[in-house]
Design a protein around this ligand. Structure first.
Ligand code: ATP
Ligand code: MG
Length: 378
């Protein structure tokens, strides 16, 4: 069984729509498919018309109450079985199991049924929490739908880095495939984003893009995939082509980026956001915050955090002061997480003892910005 995780921490970019329709198209191509709804919003279960408030879901599996095979709903669509979700799945983010097994739960439970299916398609929630981590841990390929709108690329660098580190830590390669979604190529902005996505992600970009169409919303409302609702529509053809592409590339060469490629992505990302940044109004409530890295003046230092959607140096001014590098940020009061990228390598702030373990095994540094805070030096 090959496992495809459809993931992007950004909400509303077409993950669920892609998971449902990819699963249905793989099923149509006579593959045996298991769709796993890993999002407490349960939109994939709804989209396949199998949502039920009192269904058992993966939370009950992870806590050992039921077996995975006992909650599979068979033959939801030609060739497709579904593991449904309910709201209670949100509790799985706080699993009461040994911490080193928390991120392996899905892998452990899928092991017994791998032989039954050709593909598993996992619909991830719009966050990089424990549920998504469980999916990434088991995925052969991560499919990242990117919405062709102004903030469609937010957080993608962080996801890329997370996937790369996970693969490295566990000695395996996780392929990445980026799929442009909600594409309306009549607009100039969309065409520009398509171009940028093509340049930035190069070989990781799917040859398929998914057009914007109200037919997809109508199909969801009916609880059926688009291939059943409108078999001849353009998006049906696009999802069938995506299924073909994935069938031929799995198992494929890993497309996990190297450090060099990562640096190129970072450069592309900066360029992609220059225009977008110019449109963003800055809030008056923001304060100037200076972070200083002692003795790093000769190094290439960038900073990324939740304040800039983990996009290195986005919205940041860099200065050197003697041997030190200063990063100047404009931030509203609050608590932030960040990491430095030194000569292309992500790391925590060596001079800031306050850290939080992130789910890829490293540490994020913590930054508190108080009201009326003028300047800090971490
Ligand atoms: N190609 C498309 N054309 C038109 N509407 C679309 C398309 N893809 C998705 N949508 C609509 O956009 C909305 C968000 O899509 P979807 O639920 O698939 O995103 P998501 O990434 O799963 O969201 P979440 O992050 O909340 O899980 C839905 O209303 C969906 O019907
Ligand atoms: Mg979704």
């Amino acid at each position: 069984m090959k496992i495809i995780a459809v993931a992007n921490q950004k909400g509303g970019c077409g993950k669920t729509t892609t998971a449902i329709n990819l699963a249905a198209c793989l099923g149509k191509k006579e593959q045996r498919v298991l769709l796993l709804d890993l999002d407490p919003q349960a939109h994939a279960s709804l989209g396949f018309g199998v949502y039920s408030d009192d269904a058992r879901d993966l939370y009950d599996v992870f806590t050992g109450e039921v077996k995975l095979e006992d909650i599979i709903i068979p033959d939801v669509f030609a060739g497709v079985d579904v593991v449904p979700a309910t709201m209670t799945l949100a509790a799985a983010e706080h699993l009461p199991v040994r911490s080193d097994a928390r991120d392996h739960q899905l892998k452990i439970h899928l092991a017994g049924i791998r032989h039954r299916y050709d593909y598993a398609v996992i619909d991830c929630p719009p966050s990089m929490g424990l549920l998504s981590l469980n999916a990434l841990m088991v995925a052969d390929l991560v499919l990242i739908p990117i919405e062709m709108s102004l903030f469609g690329l937010n957080g993608i660098d962080y996801m890329y880095e997370t996937i790369r580190r996970l693969g490295e830590r566990h000695g395996r390669k996780i392929s990445i495939r980026v799929v442009p979604t909600l594409v309306d190529s009549r607009t100039r902005l969309c065409r520009q984003f398509l171009h940028e996505v093509g340049e930035r992600f190069a070989d990781d970009v799917s040859s398929v893009m998914v057009q914007f169409t109200v037919r997809l919303k109508e199909a969801v409302r009916q609880g059926v995939p688009i291939i059943a609702y409108d078999p001849t529509s353009t998006v049906t053809v696009q999802y069938l082509r995506l299924a073909d592409e994935l069938m031929s590339s799995l198992p494929g060469q890993s497309q996990t980026e190297s450090k060099h490629e990562h640096a190129a992505h970072v450069a592309g990302m900066k360029h992609a956001f220059e225009e977008a940044r110019a449109r963003i109004n800055t809030s008056d409530a923001r304060q100037k915050v200076t972070l200083r890295l002692f003795g790093y003046a000769s190094r290439d230092v960038q900073i990324a955090g939740d304040f800039n959607d983990w996009t290195p140096d986005r919205g940041v001014i860099t200065r050197t002061a003697g041997d030190d590098v200063e990063k100047i940020l404009m931030l509203a009061p609050g608590t932030y997480q960040y990491r430095y990228i030194v000569d292309g390598v992500w790391q925590e702030d060596p001079s800031n003892p306050e850290q939080l373990q992130n789910f890829s095994g490293g540490f994020n540094s913590i930054l508190h910005v108080e009201e009326q805070h003028e300047e800090i030096s971490a």
